[in-house]
Design a protein around this ligand. Structure first.
Ligand code: PLP
Length: 390
């Protein structure tokens, strides 16, 4: 018997704990609290002198199984599950940062993440500088004596820019700061940021970890000292907790994570190649394409290109909306990470609230379309997109 297992095995087996009933499938514990044998046991559980479950704001067996399985997949010492991806980022910041600290953040992160750092957390005295995701020297120049955290997402949304995790981890180390990577787009099936030098991994479990668009969830992973002594304490006190039901749904989603990520990446690559040859398409953004500026880096860092493909159609907003409106199969929705393919026009939805100049500077044109490829047949998806491409 091996003492270490491959990702496929961990996805199905890691973290499971059975009750004395020996149930085969992971059990769903819908209970807010746990009963003690005695007052002395209650006291020991509360101080942590005795291990065991207390109250589902911070301890629940179904949530623990999800945390342990995801920790095994990311190769992390510890994992704390949260109610959503945004509450994972909030919990990390509240636990590990304080007023007067400085954060360096990729300029190409999820919109709500920008709002969280530059809006909500700025009101509590946190300073944030935004820099290019692909220029490691810009990260180094942005360092200040009070820089405590570097934060990035790779590949980025919607242009799939790839950050060099190892190079930026070296910058963080030099600056005495932590590097946190939002691993939403790749998941541990394709990329393991901790092995590349990151200190913390963030997940929106709402996306590919569930994978079927059903529930909200999130997680923070990393060394015990950061996650258990820091983030867990914040969660226990402030309560942005993952519900046991959602944990159970996502735990089952993890069982097919590798299969889904590889199959969806394969479909995305086929569609990206097809779009690149299409006369009505000006440019395709996908790390798996040889034309992608960080194709070689993505090849070293990721096992596959991921499921998100963006493309610029000729003819601006009118042409882009025509493609979107002509679809009958693909869902017009801002979400991603589903086995159902979704399509969106970033300039007027996810990136609609920023100025036209800022959008242009970020490379998000009026003709840009983001496709989050699911598990449908690529022939059916091509037919659906062809209708509006004319
Ligand atoms: C969706 C998303 C988030 C936020 O997650 P929620 O679960 O919606 O709170 C964070 N980062 C990335 C990259 C995302 O796509």
């Amino acid at each position: 018997m091996k003492d270490t297992f491959e990702l496929a095995t961990l996805s199905v087996r890691a973290g499971q704990r059975r009750t004395e009933l020996q149930e085969h499938s992971e059990a769903l514990f819908l209970t807010s609290s746990f009963v003690f044998d005695s007052a002395a046991q209650a006291a020991a559980r509360f101080t942590g002198a005795e291990e065991g479950f207390v109250y589902s704001r911070f301890t629940n067996p179904t949530v623990s199984m999800f945390q342990d399985r995801l920790a095994a997949l990311e190769g992390a010492e510890a994992c704390v599950a949260t109610a959503s991806g945004m509450s994972a980022i909030l919990a990390m910041a509240m636990a590990l940062l304080k007023s007067g600290d400085h954060v360096v953040c990729s300029s190409a992160v999820f919109g709500a993440t920008v709002q969280l750092f530059s809006g909500v957390l700025a009101r509590f005295g946190l300073q944030t500088t935004f820099v290019s995701p692909t220029d490691a020297r810009a990260w180094e120049r942005a360092l200040r004596p009070n820089t405590k955290l570097l934060f990035l997402e790779t590949p980025s949304n919607p242009l799939t820019e790839v950050s060099d995790i190892g190079a930026i981890a070296a910058v963080a180390k030099k600056g005495g700061a932590l590097l946190a990577v939002d691993n939403c787009f790749c998941t541990p099936a394709l990329q393991r940021p901790l092995a590349l030098g990151a200190d913390l991994v963030i997940h929106s479990a709402t996306k590919y970890l569930d994978g079927q668009g059903r529930v909200m969830g999130g997680a923070v992973l990393g060394a015990k000292a950061l996650v258990m002594d820091g983030v867990f304490g914040f969660l226990r006190t402030a309560g942005p907790t993952l519900s046991p039901f959602n944990a159970w749904v996502i735990l089952k989603g993890l069982e097919t994570l590798e299969l889904r990520m590889l199959a969806q990446s394969e479909r995305a690559l086929e569609l990206a190649r097809w779009l690149e040859r299409h006369p009505k398409v000006a440019r395709v953004f996908y790390p798996g394409l040889e034309s992608h500026p960080q194709h070689a880096l993505a090849g070293r860092q990721q096992r596959a290109g991921g499921a998100v493909v963006s493309f610029e159609v000729k003819g601006g907003r009118e042409a882009a909306w025509k493609v979107i409106d002509a679809t009958r199969l693909v869902s017009i929705t801002g979400n991603l990470g589903d086995v159902k393919t979704t399509i969106t026009h970033p300039a007027t939805t996810t990136h609609g609230r920023i100025s036209a100049e800022a959008r242009a500077a970020a490379g998000i044109g009026e003709g840009l379309i983001r496709l989050a490829v699911g598990l449908e047949s690529t022939e059916d998806l091509k037919a659906d997109l062809s209708r509006g491409l004319g």
